[in-house]
Structures are given as C-alpha cells and as structure tokens.
Design a protein around this ligand. Structure first.
Ligand code: 3DD
Length: 426
C-alpha cells in the first residue's frame, strides 16, 4: 500500500491478509482481560469518552488491541502507531485496520517510517495523547506545537517515559498535564515485576532455546523490572548476578539471595546478560572484551541504548542472524557473542510482551486515566500526575472479583482503631 493509499485508508499495516489470525489473537486476549471487558461494558453504555480523539503510540500487541477497542467502544475516536520499530504484531495491526481503526504500524519499520506513523496519528488533531516512552508527546511538543492548544492532556505508560516527562516539566517545557499510568500500583507492581519477568525470559527462550538452569544470569538494574527478571531466571535454575548503581537496590538483590557485583566483574563470568536500567551504555566495549565465548546479551529496557552495539560491532569481524531475533557477532579472537532483538526490548521484539492477565490492569489504568483527563484536565497544571489512588484501588478490586478472590474488610471498631492514637502498648 502506498502512503497515498494509506492516507485514504487511514491506516498502513504490513499485510491486511493477516487480519483473521490477528482477530483470533485479540479474542484470546479478551478472554484473559476481565477488568478491561468489564470497563468496556460499562463505558460503552455510558459513552464516557464521547467526543475524545485519542492518538496512541504504544506497542501494537493483542493486549493493546483490547485497549484500543475498549476506548473506541467508550466513544473515543482513535488513531494509533507502534512505539517500537520491532514490537508491532503485524496480524494484530491488520485485524485493527480491518475493524476500521486508524492504525499506522508494522514490524521492522525504520526511523523515518516510525515518525511518519506518529505524524499520521496526529492528522485528526487529537484531544488526548496516550504514550509508552513519550515519543508521541515529544513529537507534538517539538514538531507539531500548533496541536497543543487542542490537547487536554496525556497519559504515559512506562518508567522511561515518565522520567523524560518529569524532566520536561521541571524545565517548564511540558505544555499540558500528563497522568503517569506507570506509577499506579496496579501497574508498576504487577506489569513491571511479573509481566517483565515472564515476558523477558519468554523472549530469551524463544530467541535462543538455551537451557537456563546452571547459567550465570546477569541482570543489570535491580528495579521492578530487573527484580522480576531475576525472580524468573532463578525459577528456571539460573544463578543470578545483579549489577546496580543504587545501594538500596543492591541490598534488596543481596537479601533476595542473588550475588551482586560490578558489571566489570560480571562481564567475565556471565553466560546471559539482560539490561533493565533505563540508562545508556550499561554494557560497553570493555565488557565485550572479557565476555565468555557464546555469551548472550539482551535488553528489556524501553530504549535500545543500554547495550552499546557500536562497540560490539567495532570489536567484530562480522555478524549473521543465526536464529530469529538472534545475531551472532564474531570477535577478532574468534569468540562469539549473541545479541538478541538488535538490542531492543527482548520481551516485545522476540516474544509477545507481557501476558494479557497483567496488561489487563495496566490498560485499565490507561482507560481510567483517559476518562479522568476528560473530566479534570482543565483544572490541572502542566505537570506529571500520579493516578488517583481511588482508581488504583478500584482496578485492584475489579481484578480480585474477576479472580474470585475475597478479602476481609475492617469492622467499624477496627476502622476507628486505625485512626486512633490513644491506645498504646498497655
Ligand atoms: N508492554 C509489555 N507487554 C506489553 C503488551 N503485551 N502489550 C502492550 C504493551 C506491553 C510494555 C508495558 O510493559 C509498558 O507498561 C512498559 O513498557 O512499561
């Protein structure tokens, strides 16, 4: 499809013929996202997002399709692009386009195409931007400032994006309010830990099929994502080594039973390396120079800056794609180092991202944040806001109901005791 045809069709995907397969994947995701389906039923009845035009820039997966079709059912007009060149599931994108969604996304897009897709989602002059990594909101601020006046606010899905937006706000450069979806407890404490842990190991196993048991598994960054990766690698029988710059995180890794050392030390003993820091140049030339023959290196951070691929290439005599999403770099001394997913987030580029059950809560936050912005943005400043606690709690409540889990409630006397200060030890 040419760009001109794409404009007419209001979408551009890799292969419309994949729509049926994509639809069945979306059906599968819906069956495991009960909170989203409950919100869809309620908000389609209320038409709570009627009149909103939401531009989204977020990984196009079967779970994201459930979010898109929920926002659409609630009355919003949608236009969407993928937030990573390698994470779009082409069959899902085809299914969305076939359903009439204005979507511009395909697996393997180049930098120019990435930004062309973002620009197309802005053609309908959105009233809300929905981001995962802040590339969309950044494009609006930098390349389409004329659109800012019509935008009530934005939402941001991921840690890295929120760091970027908080920095913009601190510099007074943020021109509309944003809700930090990532900072909702029902997002970060589940998506970042359980989702990233399972999906990153999923990506490594799909790309390499290696035995994890007995391997030295180096996790760079023991934040919520790194902790999840460490937990799941240990579950497969790997021996986890964590590297950190933050003392408290290193202490947590140690008390969680993992070895902690510098990357300079870990580079010489690691078999598998995963970066989850949000920082650039975590694995660089001097680390590749001491790595074991056959070492596997990958990243699960949002951007592809954590592994210095230029350094690896400079040390190599050549590379080849030995398996899908697995490039073999041969160093001058004959050692081979395997880079997964071109250094991009391995969970979405080499697998399908987090399971539907955990994205159920992340995206419930996105849907609720969109409704919240519609109601309250006019009273908000150009800052980054956390999700209102009552919405966070409501999502947890809905999830427990869907899981058939019941919890206790405080009696009136206990509730009074909670706030009392008179009662002491005796
Ligand atoms: N992310 C991980 N799995 C995803 C999926 N199945 N669909 C859409 C996005 C998905 C990225 C999220 O973890 C996002 O919350 C982040 O990057 O923090």
């Amino acid at each position: 499809m040419t760009s001109k045809q794409a404009d007419a069709a209001r979408s551009k995907v890799a292969d419309p013929g994949l729509a049926a397969r994509g639809r069945s994947k979306i059906d599968w995701a819906e069956s495991r996202m009960p909170v989203m389906m409950a919100l869809r039923e309620e908000h389609s009845r209320l038409q709570s997002l009627k009149g909103m035009r939401i531009a989204g820039c977020l990984h196009v997966t079967k779970e994201t399709a459930v979010l898109i079709e929920t926002l659409s059912a609630a009355g919003a007009e949608i236009s969407w692009s993928g937030c990573n060149p390698l994470s779009t599931q082409d069959d899902v994108a085809a299914a969305l386009a076939a359903a009439g969604v204005s979507i511009y996304a395909w697996h393997g897009m180049n930098v120019e195409e990435f930004y062309w897709c973002i620009d197309r989602t802005l053609d309908f002059k959105p009233t809300l931007t929905l981001d995962d990594g802040a590339d969309l909101i950044f494009s609006v601020h930098n390349r389409h400032p004329n659109l800012i006046a019509g935008i009530v606010g934005g939402t941001e899905e991921t840690t890295t994006g929120i760091h970027r937006l908080r920095a913009m706000a601190a510099d007074g450069a943020l021109k509309y309010p944003v809700v930090a979806v990532n900072d909702a407890e029902t997002k970060w404490d589940f998506d970042n830990v359980y989702g990233t842990g399972q999906s990153s190991l999923d990506g490594i196993i799909r790309a390499t099929s290696v035995l994890l048991a007995g391997k030295n598994f180096v996790v760079a960054g023991y934040g919520h994502c790194g902790k999840g990766c460490a937990m799941r690698a240990a579950g497969f029988g790997a021996s986890v080594i964590a590297t950190e710059i933050k003392a408290t995180a290193a202490l947590k890794a140690t008390l969680d039973g993992h070895r902690v050392m510098t990357m300079d030390e870990a580079a010489a003993v690691g078999d598998i390396f995963i970066t989850a820091t949000g920082m650039k140049d975590v694995i660089v030339k001097r680390h590749f120079e001491v790595m074991r023959d056959g070492a596997i290196v990958c990243n699960t951070g949002h951007y592809d800056c954590e592994i210095n691929i230029g350094d690896l290439a400079a040390l190599s005599t050549g590379k080849r794609e030995i398996r899908d999403n697995c490039e073999e770099y041969t160093l001058r001394d004959g050692r081979r180092i395997y880079l997964l997913a071109q250094g991009r987030l391995v969970n979405l580029a080499a697998a399908e991202g987090h399971p539907s059950a955990v994205m159920d809560m992340s995206f419930a936050n996105q849907a609720m944040a969109a409704e919240y912005m519609l109601k309250h943005a006019k009273h908000m400043e150009n800052q980054v806001y956390t999700m209102p606690e009552e919405l966070d709690r409501e999502i947890a409540r809905l999830k427990l109901i869907a899981m058939g889990v019941e919890i206790d409630t405080l009696t009136e006397e206990q509730a009074a005791y909670l706030n009392a200060w008179e009662h002491g030890t005796i």
